[in-house]
Design a protein. Sequence first.
Length: 194
Amino acid sequence: MFIEALIIGLIIGIIRDGRMQNLGEFRIRGVAILIISVILQFVPYLFMQFGWFKDQLALFPFIGIALVGFVAVINIDQPGFKMLSLGALLNIVAMAMNNFLMPISISGLTEIGKTDFATTIADGSILSMVDVATVSDFSQYVSKIIVIPEIYPFASVISIGDIFISLGIILFVQGAMTSRKLSRRRKTTKVRFY
């Protein structure tokens, strides 16, 4: 869903006469932290091979998501990052209330034909997710329970937090592309005095 949000943001930016070049010049604080957050999503699968941290493996993806939320907050003055922060917070709440696992609708996955994925979550092979049917508190409402049907090429099951994150990505991309501040800065740096 986030890839689609990026594409939509690019399309809107182009329609609004934005510049792709602006994206390369846009400065986001905490890029190194984002890289670490991505690595943390894969660390549990490596540790699992060696039998390390067996009881703490779910904590790594959670910390990764929390770091994404932190980066969103420290960039909250940038376009779209308020939405990103809210989305990350909702996903963090859902995971924090469920032993650091993101609840997801197994029946929803089955409905869109992702039965293999549903099975791996049910048998515990996916270290960062749990069946939402086992959840009975408030977190079930911010879990991955929204089914995007098979009529859509990238059918999936998403959360309210994912929707806000996607909206944030769209706002950020098109906002960066149409930023007049970056355009003015580029023009200024091209001035030469001989």
